[in-house]
Design a protein around this ligand. Structure first.
Ligand code: ATP
Length: 247
């Protein structure tokens, strides 16, 4: 008897324009407290998979998903994005969107409006700053002037203010120097371990991602083509050739 996974996708398909499938039957799981990567090249279907989980597809524009998304055993397909946030699912979109004219402190406070009282807000803010110490040092600067790495930290910090159970990160490494990617990934791993927060990390940067997750999925052309432990994936010849820059 395996315990119910926190998140499970069963044969999920997404259509954008009523013609072709962007993802073609994706099945994956994130265990309670797990940290899992979804790896793949540009356009493979990673962002689409995350949208099917957070509910950010737009049916009125012909964007439809089929199959089943379960969270804590409950089918959530009919729930609106804000209802999924209340259940504990948070999606940090690609491109680290923060309020540029506000300080990091104000950004974090604004993000907490979703949940809890003032005491929770202050506690969550302290928690974010305890992990992202750079952000604490910059807490009164204008967010638009933060570096790319600091903005990514703030985007993740804002997500943490909603007290999520599942943190989904879309391509957090994009455009960041390798040392910063490593720093941010290690902090997320630390949060995963200490707070028990489950993480689904979407990345093209397989090298960095496989250092911090326990398991990974590889998606190609809208299909999951590999699922294994991070250690096994790092040793896999195909992964080495196509995603780790050659063996
Ligand atoms: P990237 O990291 O570049 O976003 P990805 O792996 O996340 O890549 P998706 O963005 O999920 O890939 O895209 C999967 C497929 O769906 C691609 O073929 C893409 O062109 C298509 N697609 C994505 N968004 C839309 C959209 N809004 N309308 C139509 N097609 C889309």
């Amino acid at each position: 008897n395996t315990p119910t996974p926190l998140l499970s996708l069963n044969n999920v398909e997404v259509i954008y324009d009523s013609v072709s499938l962007a993802i073609k039957g994706v099945s994956l799981e994130v265990p309670q407290g797990g940290m899992v990567a979804l790896l793949g090249a540009n356009g493979a279907g990673k962002s689409t998979t995350l949208k099917s989980i957070s509910g950010l597809l737009r049916p009125e524009r012909g964007q439809v998903s089929r199959g089943e998304v379960r969270f804590q055993g409950q089918n959530i397909d009919a729930l609106a994005p804000q209802e999924r946030v209340k259940l504990g699912i948070v999606h940090v979109l690609e491109g680290r969107r923060v309020f540029e004219h506000m300080t990091p402190d104000e950004n974090l406070i604004a993000a907490s409006a979703v949940r809890g009282n003032r005491q929770d807000m202050l506690r969550n803010k302290d928690m974010v700053y305890s992990y992202f110490k750079r952000l604490y040092q910059r807490r009164t600067a204008q967010s638009g002037y933060l570096s790319g790495g600091e903005q990514q930290m703030l985007a993740i910090g804002r997500a943490l203010m909603t007290q999520p159970k599942l943190l989904m990160l879309d391509e957090p490494s994009l455009g960041l120097a390798p040392f910063l990617v490593a720093e941010i990934f290690e902090i997320v791993q630390d949060i995963n371990k200490k707070e028990g927060l489950s993480v689904l990390l979407v990345e093209q940067n397989a090298i960095a991602a496989l250092e911090v997750v326990s398991h990974g999925y590889l998606i190609e052309n809208g299909r999951i083509v590999m699922h294994d432990s991070a250690e096994a994936m790092k040793k896999n010849p195909d992964i080495q050739e196509f995603y780790l820059g050659g063996a």
